[in-house]
Design a protein around this ligand. Structure first.
Ligand code: C2E
Ligand code: MG
Ligand code: MG
Ligand code: MG
Length: 281
């Protein structure tokens, strides 16, 4: 009886695996088509000044407009692209597109709007990434000061040294680095001391829980104090309510990002938001 059940379970498991891998083979193929046929687009979400609500910068977030399946969120295809290695051409397209968009905005309106681009650890640690960034800036004409790269703590997993070196090189060029989803990874705090990152993005899970859970609040306070001592700018991610906004302002966050201010939207739509863009200076 047990044996038969075991076999059934195995059969079921095997069936799922096949369905699963068939799905990924298909997605892999479709992702290639997406790249070739320009089914990908970038939306932008503002980061606002905690003190006055003015837009300080935007984060580029990729979307896949699938011809039959509609919009597919990056949470679905970025992990797959990382698995297949397609993140390399995909990430390159995203970097170039974001630079082009923001350079064009600058050229057309004179607005200097900094853009943050998410970079996968694989892409960031790959040989030639620095040159890729230089090339993206040169091709688009985007001033380096308007580019920020977001990486997560997982970039440190295979050793911090090359990462620190690269970040220093980027900083020297005027490009800043932000630590994304801070607090959800497993890196040691001593590593973080050595990282020349200018911005720390407090993960949404902390922003959400800080009001109800005094232990989470203690972590948040500690992280913000630490970041400020290291002269980092702190961003609260995923602010959805007035209460979260007030809480994060009270706790001295510098910038806020979340649906309360705006969802990620096409660049053109940003211009119509009832919040002010940074003035040209
Ligand atoms: P992330 O970089 O931490 O981006 C923030 C995510 O939170 C975005 O989801 C954004 O739409 C969402 N978000 C913003 N405000 C709120 C809020 O108030 N409430 C809630 N519930 N969510 C909010 P999205 O666009 O689905 O992206 C998910 C993740 O996929 C990103 O997390 C990032 O890790 C990855 N990703 C997105 N675009 C790119 C990209 O261009 N390149 C790479 N490598 N990864 C990307
Ligand atoms: Mg991000
Ligand atoms: Mg994040
Ligand atoms: Mg997050």
């Amino acid at each position: 009886q047990a044996k038969r059940q075991g076999r059934n379970t195995w059969q079921w498991f095997k069936g799922c695996q096949t369905a699963h891998s068939r799905h990924s083979v298909m997605m892999r193929h479709e992702l290639n088509t997406a790249l070739l046929e320009e089914q990908l687009e970038l939306h932008y979400q503002p980061q606002v000044d905690a003190t006055n609500g003015g837009i300080r910068s935007v984060e580029a977030l990729v979307r896949w407009r699938h011809p039959t399946r509609g919009m597919i969120s990056p949470g679905e295809f970025i992990p797959l692209a990382e698995h297949t290695g397609q993140i390399i051409p995909l990430g390159r397209w995203i970097l170039y597109q974001a630079c082009r968009d923001i350079a064009e905005l600058y050229a057309n309106t004179g607005r200097r709007l900094p853009v943050a681009v998410n970079i996968s650890s694989l892409q960031f640690r790959r040989d030639g990434f620095f040159e890729e960034v230089e090339h993206a800036l040169a091709c688009s004409g985007l001033p380096p000061a308007l580019l920020e790269l977001e990486v997560t703590e997982s970039v440190l997993l295979d050793g911090a040294e090359p990462v620190v070196e690269l970040m220093e090189k980027l900083n020297m060029m005027g490009i800043s680095v932000a630590l994304d989803d801070f607090g959800t990874g497993f890196s040691s705090l001593s590593y973080l001391c050595d990282l020349p990152a200018r911005k720390l993005k407090l993960d949404r899970s902390f922003v959400q829980k800080a009001q109800q859970d005094h232990r989470i609040a203690a972590i948040v306070e500690g992280v913000i104090t630490m970041a400020h001592h290291m002269e980092m700018v702190v961003v609260a991610e995923g602010v959805e309510t007035r209460e979260e906004q007030q809480d994060m302002v009270r706790r001295q966050c510098d910038l806020l990002q979340g649906f309360l201010f705006s969802r990620p939207i096409p660049l053109g739509d940003l211009m119509t938001l009832p919040v002010q863009l940074p003035a040209d200076d």
